[in-house]
Design a protein around this ligand. Structure first.
Ligand code: NG6
Ligand code: CA
Length: 506
């Protein structure tokens, strides 16, 4: 009898272990996916700068391959028409105009993301992801008085990234060095770095006083310290061995991004890969000089396209393509002359960086914030075009949903289905920002409140959107915003103003 019981118990044990195996298999299939997530973020790339977005004078086959193999958004937006605020929003899921410090920052600005702020890398880290950033940061570093010869903190590593390899601000701003997890890369302790945005260091040449030392001439701004023949914004002394080589920057960041992917191929990773092109100074590697026939601005777009192709090859060679969601976009709209004589105007020819849109970088008109926006995931996203209205601010909540996190950004909507191409419905409305002014988009309509200030920024030759009257445009019928309907359609205007003020305040 005892034997019989024992046998029975054993049978039960075997059965129950079988059952638990089955259960495990089931839960595994249903559990949220943990794909790698990569944001490829361009700097100042316009809506019309890619052949997939209608450019005829430039061919960008590698980025086009993402657009053709993924979802190409026609209503994809950066939150802002300049860099820092857009970068703030893409990482925090929060409108940048809520943070008064989210404006174009000098290289000495303190970190503007609070260390207790929810961020994309924090959401993913919580779900077991490795998190890295390679490229342009421009969200401030330190607490306001950085010693560049010690570890610089807080920075990306204090807001969710466990790896960072960055340039602090912009390619045209000092310090012109790479920062590796908070430490200036290649710094010789005997040649310390000093940085100031207030005054020059005695005896140091500047673009203003020593034009004979410059190989690129400044047009407006950009006449402080000279590095590699290029006059920059801000003053810098020392750190000779650590200074970057501008023409190698694209290759340098690419190598870091590739190393990151290869090192983390066996665990889920998030990589925020922020390219520096086509922001000024445009310094194509000699391999790309003259390739576009459009001068350095066109050449660096071709260089960036090549970089994207190489990066995609790495994902493919590591067997990661089917398990990686790639989001491609740009931080703000295009500008042709942004402060240097670099042939960008002279050689532009028939190219239209803003495509059919009005305005450009710095502008409240559409070209300021409507940018190329692509999601790509081989085998998971069926190729297509989408007119859904999506904003970079939505990425936080959407990727959280993708990985099974219930975290939500303050202004970030869950548009995962739109990003995955499962619906053409995006957000209903959003506030757009340009150099601390805001405008509103809802449905097919765009509304710009009255603003004082110049209608055109003459230095960059861009219409800023300022007018003494309200502006109202129907984007469905008038994508180029040529006809202000505010007077003709006071009812629509009122509806727009009310909806805008409900978010923005009066
Ligand atoms: C402007 C610079 C411009 C660019 C921009 C920031 C001058 C006259 N102009 O102040 O060249 O650096 O800041 O661009 O200095 S962004 O894409 O990083 O927002
Ligand atoms: Ca930018």
């Amino acid at each position: 009898l005892r034997n019989y019981f024992l046998k029975g118990a054993l049978l039960l044990l075997v059965l129950s272990s079988c059952k638990s195996k089955e259960e495990k298999a089931v839960t595994k299939d249903e559990s949220p996916k943990q794909p790698n997530i990569v944001f490829i973020y361009m700097d100042d790339l316009g809506y019309g700068d890619l052949s997939s977005y209608g450019a005829t004078e430039l061919t960008t086959p590698n980025i086009d391959a993402l657009a053709k193999g993924g979802i190409q958004f026609t209503n994809g937006y950066a939150t802002s028409a300049t860099c820092t605020p857009s970068r703030y929003a893409i990482l925090t899921g929060r409108y940048p105009w809520r943070n008064k410090d989210a404006k174009i920052l000098p290289g000495t600005a303190p970190l503007i993301i609070s260390t207790d702020q929810l961020t994309v890398p924090k959401v993913l880290k919580e779900k077991g992801y490795a998190t890295g950033i390679v490229g342009k940061w421009h969200l401030g570093l330190g607490n306001g008085n950085v010693n560049w010869n010690e570890r610089v903190s807080p920075g990306p590593n204090e807001v969710g990234f466990d790896y960072s390899y960055i340039l602090a601000a912009t390619q045209d701003r000092v310090p012109t060095v790479y920062i590796d997890n908070g430490n200036v890369d290649g710094l010789d302790p005997n040649d310390p770095i000093e940085v100031s945005y207030k005054k020059n260091f005695e005896g140091e040449p500047t673009g203003l006083d020593n034009p004979e030392l410059t190989t690129m001439k400044w047009h407006h701004g950009h006449n402080n310290s000279i590095v590699n023949g290029i006059p920059r914004i801000g003053f810098m002394k020392g750190g000779e061995a650590a200074k970057w080589t501008d023409v190698d920057m694209a290759d340098h960041f690419l190598a870091k991004a590739q190393e990151y992917v290869t090192a983390h191929k066996d665990e889920p990773f998030f990589l925020y890969y922020a390219l520096q092109q086509p922001h000024v100074p445009r310094t194509p590697n000699p391999r790309f000089v003259g390739k576009s026939g459009m001068g350095p601005r066109g050449d660096v777009i071709l260089e960036a396209d090549w970089v994207v192709g190489e990066f995609m090859k790495t994902l493919e060679n590591q067997g990661l393509l089917e398990n990686t969601l790639i989001v491609f976009s740009s931080d703000n709209g295009p500008v042709v002359n942004d402060g240097y004589y670099d042939d960008s105007e002279e050689k532009l020819g028939n190219h239209t960086p803003a495509g059919p849109l009005r305005g450009g970088k710095y502008s409240l008109f559409e070209a300021g914030t409507r940018v190329p926006f692509i999601t790509y995931w081989k085998g998971e996203i069926a190729p297509g075009k989408s007119d859904a209205m999506v904003s970079q601010v939505d990425l936080l909540t959407s990727v959280a949903a993708l990985v099974g996190s219930d975290k939500k950004g303050e202004d970030s909507e869950n548009l995962l289905d739109a990003f995955m191409g499962k619906t053409d419905t995006g957000r209903e409305e959003m506030v757009l920002e340009a150099t601390s002014r805001t405008a509103f988009r809802k449905g097919d309509w765009a509304m710009i409140p009255p603003y004082k200030g110049a209608a055109i920024n003459k230095s960059v030759n861009i219409e800023l959107g300022n007018d003494s009257e309200y502006q109202l445009y129907n984007l469905k019928e008038d994508l180029g915003q040529t006809k202000n309907l505010a007077k003709e359609n006071p009812q629509k205007l009122q509806e727009m103003v009310n909806a805008y003020e409900a978010i923005r305040g009066k």
